[in-house]
Design a protein around this ligand. Sequence first.
Ligand code: FES
Ligand SMILES: [Fe+2]
Length: 382
Amino acid sequence: MFINFWYPAEWSDQVTDAPVRVRMLGQDFVVFRDSAGTAHCLSNTCIHRGGSLAGGKVAGDCVQCPYHGWEFDGDGVCRRIPSLGPAARVPARARVDAYPTQERYGIVFAFLGDLPEDERPPLMDIPEYGQPGWRVTTQDRRSGDEYRRQVENALDPAHNEFVHPTHGFSGERDDYRVPELQVEEDEWTSGFMTQYFAPPLKDEKMKSASGRSEDATIEAGSIHHGPSTICTKIHPTAEVCIHQQAFKVPVDELGTRTFLVQTRNFLLEPEHDARFLERNDVVAGQDADVLAALEPRLTPETNHHEFLLPADAAVVRYREKLALWESRGWRIDTATVERNRKRAAYAIPSPARRSRPSGWVLDPVPLLAGDAATAARTATGN
Ligand code: FES
Ligand SMILES: [Fe+2]
């Protein structure tokens, strides 16, 4: 799990007048709105004696701890300590980590890390969101699978033939093969578009509206943005688009929540939403059945113990990106966090720790030491 990326914390309409506890990257956060309606995300552990801020209430522009009533504003600064009396000055050290937020696509996103604004990876853009001629649906999915396994599954064009009966011919055609992959990438992304041969759709409405003929060739592909966001594009014809933007957040090492924002440019009337949602559920269920049985449960740390093929090229490139981000010191040392789980509360380091390195009550979450050798290890499989 990696710090220094934007993660979906909660749907905007779920953050109303009460604080919400959200678990991300194996840590707890509180999300709340101030009196102006601005959403904030703080480390959930009260620095007094460990109360869960999300168990308290919103008081003006602050969230109030349920244990002794300390109040923290959206910047994480403690504004009031009731036990000191009304005239007391609040010590400067009384603050919790606060994370930058932005609301887009009906989701509150939090930047979980300490990078200054101009160095932060961007949130994935959805250019057609809110544009005329496009319809948006959303789905919330929670699973007990690791996010890397899910991302790699999306970047794997060879599984569709066997896992999804509507995406291929279940290995029955003699001429089946995966076309050579052209993996495209930039600083934060990599992925591909390719072609699939798919059987005719059973749903006549979808079939006619998508313009998809018998045994059609479908252009489709996926690209990852950062460690846990995926955009899958499905183009049954040159004019017809289904785009699936999956903003995933690792809840824990084994546990992923997906905020799916799907856009389509056909069958725009709301009464057609259900058929898309149901279809997504069926396909996601097929993937989930396979992922739940993978060994090991977590993506392997080297490429040594798998037999990788050219069709796995995008998976390999994704792993190389992760290794690069690990080499920058952005990967959480989950083994140490787990070992200390009952004895130590940590906070994901926030940007304020850069300008004010000392005086924080909670230790930052342990990170794996970054080094160039880490990047080389996964890239070469050595
Ligand atoms: S533990 Fe939060 S106010 Fe005491
Ligand atoms: Fe799949």
